[in-house]
Design a protein. Structure first.
Length: 171
């Protein structure tokens, strides 16, 4: 979770929010929503049984500043009363990078993650990427396989001593 700031993006003129029958809207994150995104990352990661103190330290390393949210392609799923999931896309030319994707545990297995992933993939295509790649949380590998992701390679060892699967899909 590096969230390094990049120059402020220009929003594409035809970019629309998407809504489904459940009333959840996929939209860009608002600059002031950083702390909510941090909470979701913590709750989702802790849901997988990791030590809460380790998760707190991990989340503390993330940049959820107004600048980070403005300078990345950060999408949220909003149920009308709260943000329930989010994802951050980092355009990198032909291969875009899904930096983060987290869903509130009570919203898992309801299709929100798949809709958010599809929106990120569509935006990556709009920006000219031919492929999308990401480091997969081990407990989410099955989800990513269901949305078309496949193993690409192992990651470098992180500052936490973990090696994760890098997964990807063609766009």
């Amino acid at each position: 979770m590096t969230h390094q700031a990049r120059p402020v993006k220009q929003y594409a003129p035809g970019l629309r929010m998407t809504t489904d029958r459940d009333g959840v809207v996929i939209r860009y994150a608002r600059p002031y929503e950083g702390e909510r995104l941090r909470e979701i990352a913590f709750t989702a990661k802790a849901h997988w049984g990791y030590d809460p103190e380790w998760v707190r330290r991990w989340v503390a390393n993330g940049d959820f500043s107004t600048e980070a949210l403005r300078s990345n392609e950060t999408f949220v799923a909003d149920d009308g009363s709260d943000v329930v999931a989010w994802a951050m896309l980092v355009p990198r030319g032909d291969i875009a990078w899904l930096e983060d994707m987290w869903v509130v545990p009570s919203w898992m297995r309801k299709g929100i993650g798949a809709r958010l992933f599809e929106r990120v993939a569509a935006r990556a295509r709009e920006l000219g990427a031919r492929r999308l790649e990401w480091e997969a949380e081990p407990n989410a590998v099955g989800f990513y396989e269901k949305v078309g992701g496949r193993y690409v390679r192992d990651s470098e060892t992180s500052e936490w001593g973990r090696v994760l699967q890098i997964m990807g899909c063609d766009l």
